[in-house]
Every structure is written in C-alpha cells, then in structure tokens.
Write a protein that binds this ligand. Sequence first.
Ligand SMILES: *Cc1c(COP(=O)(O)O)cnc(C)c1O
Length: 384
Amino acid sequence: MSSTSAPRAEIRVDLAAIRHNVRRLRDLVSASDAPAVMTVVKADAYGHGMVEVARAARAAGTDWLGVATLDEAVALRASGDVGPLFAWLAVPGEDYVPALAAAVEVAGYTVAQLDEIVTAGAAAGVTPQVHLKIDTGLSRGGSPLRDWAALCAHAAGLERAGSLAITGVWSHFAASDEPEHPANDAQLGVFKEALEIADQAGLRPRWRHIANSAGALLRPDARFDLVRFGLASYGIDPAPGHCADLGLIPAMTVRARLAMVKQIDAGDGVSYGHTWIAPTATRVGLVPAGYGEGIPRAAGNRAEVWAAGGRRPIRGVVCMDQFVIELGDGEAAAGDEVELFGTGAGGHPTAQEWADACGTISYEIVTRIGGRFARVHVDSEAAT
Ligand SMILES: *Cc1c(COP(=O)(O)O)cnc(C)c1O
C-alpha cells in the first residue's frame, strides 16, 4: 500500500470475520439444549463499530444484541435494527422512554428502578420487558441475594398489574476466564438459588442468562437459555490458555504508514526521556499514531509491530501522535505499511500480544483504539 491516497493510519474491520465468529460461536455452544446467542456490541462494539458489527451479527443469525447503555440501544434502533435488544446499565433519573418505546429490554437491579421503568413504560405506552439482575458475587450491578426476594415480590406485583413483564433473570461472572476459580461454582450456586426464589415469587422468566464469552465456552452448565458473547465475537480468545483453538478470526487489523525512516548512531536516545539508547547504529521508523489514537503509552519499549517483513520492537515511549520502531537492517522506506496488530496470520502480532506486553487485557487494547485512526469496514467475502 504505497499509493498517495493510502491512509496515514487505519483500523480495518472485516465484517466477514464477525459473521464467521458469530456462526462459529453458535456451533460451539449448540447441543441438544442449544441456548440463544447474544452478540454484545457495547462500547462501539469493542472499538469495531457498533452499527456495522450489529448488522453483520444479525446477518449471521445472532438472536440478540446486547449493549450497556440506553443511549447505545437507542442508537442501534436509529440505525434500523429491529431484533431482540438488551441494555443493562442506567442511572436514576435517566430517560427510559425512548428505549422502551423502541422495544429495548432493560435491566432491573432495585425496587426503585423497577418503579422508574414502570412510569416510563406508561409514558411510552408500552409494557416494559425487564430482566432482573441478581448479583451472584461480582459485587457490581444487580440485587444482592439479601434483597432478592423483596425485589422479586415487587416485580411479581407489577407484573400481575400489567405494568411490566419480567422476561429475564440474569447475572454476570467475576472470573469466567479462570475455569478453576472457585467463584464460578459459587456464583452458579447463587444463581440457581435466585432462580428458585424468583419462581416461588411467581416469576417465569423466558431468559435465564449468566455466561459471557468465556463462561459460555468453558462452562456448558452456565449456558441456560441465552449466552452473551462479547470478546469472542471479535475473534479474540476470551480465556487465553484455557480454550483449545476456537477457530475464531480476529476482525480488527490496525495499520499505519511510516512517516519517516532514518539512520541513528550508537548512543542516540529515542523518544521522550531517552528511555531507550541505541546500543549500536541502527535504522528507525516513525509510526504516526500514539496515545491520542489509544495506543497504550505502556507499549513503549515493550510491544512489537510488523514492518519490513518482520517483527520490529517499539523503541522509547509512545508519544501522543507517534512512536518509533527499530527497523535494524529491515528494508523499509517512508510510506511503507506497518501492522500494529491483526489476525496474527504469518506471525504478525495480535491484540493479545499487545495486551500481554502492556500488562492489560485484549479487551482494552481493541476497545481503546480509535482517536484519529480512520476506521474502515471491509468484507473479505464480498466479490471483488
Ligand atoms: C461486556 C459484557 C458481556 C460480554 O463479555 P465478554 O467477556 O466480552 O464476552 C456480557 N455481559 C455483560 C453484563 C457485560 O458487561
């Protein structure tokens, strides 16, 4: 890619990979009691583009889409999405009306929240469809077990009055990527207890769900009626070291073109603070993307990119707009392409490797990438 119109730096998202992953994940969890599948597209689809990914996931047959905020759900509806859609995060006083009017199913954590949802449902002229959340041990959102019976009783009363419908009971794991972690069994135990209490209150939720990507893949007994696939939908292993090859394809490839290539001398310091000093004379290349694009500053002196036919290390700290790689004797010229991470094919770096290098998780690497990168969606299966 050396044409003058080639972008300075771009995030390329392959929608064929998304479709492949959605289908593949359904196959991986399909057994006699195959659960429905939700594709989680919150946070701009983990940096991949919410609207485009949502369309690809629907085309591949996902049953549900999931987002965190009501705004995300309303934006999806505005894009033309009409299928089952769940949004699970709101604050008191937030306007539920647009989401409820657009048939978004919402989460209920507290009695006060259910009352808010009922008021908004009346204003919207709809019966809100609510998934009650039990906190089974993440200590994040959801009702603690001690309040659960009262929440269920309140919900059942509202349901009998026709003010809402409890369509789901759900929860979320704390350590599903560590299958041996005792929290998994403990949380499943609490979840079953909570389902029992809901049943005794007269609730008959159609959708019982607790599993995210790792939970769905590693714990068949956690699949219940619905599984919520986020990370795995993007082609990234949700539990590195614990899953056999899942046959997923990373959908995101991040590239830039070298702004400059130059020779430096032994003893020259590179980038702010001279945290790397060239031990020998070498050649370096300037990559025009930095923490303004969501490249972690922690990648300095740690992560590697693909350039000049091989892996090349980042030298010195990552700046706001740019960073420096060592090319050594690799043949490269200004304008040549650098791949930061992508599918991993051919030994190229992956988002997981960047995460390991930076002391974080792959989720954060792909989700934070953005800023001034141009994001393009391609379809590697489309006729060329
Ligand atoms: C983000 C999220 C998911 C998806 O998790 P992955 O690990 O990416 O599959 C599922 N459920 C909830 C509640 C979430 O916040």
